[in-house]
Design a binder for this molecule. Structure first.
Ligand SMILES: C[S@@+](CC[C@H](N)C(=O)[O-])C[C@H]1O[C@@H](n2cnc3c(N)ncnc32)[C@H](O)[C@@H]1O
Length: 402
């Protein structure tokens, strides 16, 4: 849908959307927020025109927004707000979706993640579907008021995203007592999104899990990179030192992506690259099995762009060369091999993930052409043969950092 024009069909679509009504709002604070939103919207409209014909419909519109709004993300996956679009909102949720919604201003697009046969239902994911089972269930119940019974949820806690690195009984006593102390003040164990079970070991882990999610959520809003990195490192230490989190379990995996991006903002390029390599080789293929999954494509794009930046930094007077990158050069690392290999594959995957006419596809294709011109046709064959095994060297980066 184009944001600057609303067709009659779209208007009819908006009117057809179902609405949550006050009876579905279980918590008193949700009901209060619902009533306050209606009061504010009515007040605003009354100031424009007290006899406005839409006045009586405001409660329905608020209920429609509550039931149907989706978080909007940019092509590079940054959340930028919410949208209530009749087509996108007609899709039900699955934690194993066959489609995704992307906002490439001014267009909202739905793209398939798997072959969809004619007549088959299109599902999108309303939440981060790499989160563990009870968290997904709790967020869907809270925001959208339904019990998810999708194929992934049918597996319950047997789903892959619920796996711990060790049996929960093996949590070191130091961490178990830390959890008990934390719960007496924070009460993380009471949150349905942290629930893991009733045993002592499950309750202890639910508290630790609750604490890392609780610490993680506000960091996205943190403008100061030093403070953000400090907080992200604290979460990574808990995940690592408790020895309970596999690197693919959330929020450990998302925290790693965020810390790499914050380090880049501080020009700590080599450290960021090592974290991104871990995500690329060891985490994303598990969390997002399709090569062309939009999240995987965006992570790969960030990695390729950063490699290009590192490679060109010694010849670019506007950039300070990161000492870690300088060391890689000194050790004879040839950035061109991974840059070319990543971009060549990405050029194909981005068309599937974002569409041939998306802005990201244009950026990927432009950079790929520039790199290709820079290498020159006569050197391309040699780069692809990689006789010095640079791709193998690059793979080792995934194991440099915890
Ligand atoms: C954006 S709407 C989706 C379209 C919805 N079927 C409708 O006709 O309005 C979101 C609402 O659809 C329902 N819904 C979506 N996915 C569901 C699912 N997998 N199981 C049960 N209800 C679901 C929930 O009531 C949710 O609040």
């Amino acid at each position: 849908m184009n944001s600057d024009s609303v067709s009659e069909e779209e208007k009819a679509g908006m009117h057809r959307l179902e609405a949550h009504d006050p009876s579905t709002l279980a918590k008193p604070q949700d009901l209060m927020q619902y009533e306050m939103t209606i009061a504010s919207a009515s007040d605003l409209l009354a100031r424009i025109n007290p006899d406005h014909p839409e006045m009586s419909r405001i409660p329905k519109y608020v209920g429609q927004i509550l039931r149907n709004s989706l978080t909007l993300i940019t092509p590079t996956l940054d959340p930028i707000g919410v949208a209530t679009d009749p087509l996108a909102c007609s899709a039900n949720h699955s934690c194993e979706p066959n489609a995704s919604v992307l906002f490439d201003a001014p267009k909202l697009t739905m793209r398939s993640l798997a072959p969809i046969k004619k007549g088959e239902e299109v599902f999108i994911s309303y939440v981060d579907n790499t989160d563990p089972f009870y968290r997904r269930q709790a967020l869907l119940r809270l925001r959208y008021r339904f019990e998810c019974k999708c194929s992934k949820c049918q597996l319950g806690i047997d789903g892959r995203e619920n796996a711990w690195a060790k049996p929960l009984e093996n949590l070191a006593p130091k961490w178990a007592s830390l959890a008990r102390d934390m719960d007496s003040t924070e009460n993380y164990s009471a949150g349905p999104e942290n629930y893991l079970g009733e045993s002592k070991a499950e309750v202890d882990m639910s508290i630790l899990q609750g604490s890392v999610y609780h610490d993680y959520e506000p960091i996205r809003q943190q403008k100061d990179n030093n403070l953000a990195i400090e907080a992200l490192e604290k979460i990574m230490r808990t995940c690592k030192q408790s020895e309970m989190w596999p690197i693919t379990r959330q929020p450990y995996a998302n925290v790693r992506v965020d810390i790499a991006s914050r380090m880049l903002d501080q020009n700590r390029v080599a450290l960021a690259l090592f974290q991104m390599a871990k995500t690329y080789f060891l985490i994303d293929p598990i969390l997002y099995p399709q090569d062309f999954h939009p999240v995987r494509v965006v992570h790969t794009w960030n990695l390729a762009k950063t490699l290009v930046q590192a490679y060109s930094s010694p010849n670019d007077p506007s950039q300070t060369v990161d000492p870690g990158v300088e060391q890689l050069f000194q050790r004879g690392f040839d950035f061109v091999v991974p840059v070319w290999k990543l971009l060549k594959k990405l050029s194909v995957d981005v068309v599937k993930s974002h569409g041939a006419r998306s802005r990201l596809t244009f950026m990927v294709h432009t950079l790929t052409e520039q790199v290709k011109d820079g290498i020159g046709m006569q050197n391309l064959v040699q780069i692809e043969r990689d006789p010095l095994g640079m791709w193998r060297e690059f793979e080792k980066w995934a194991h440099y950092l915890e």
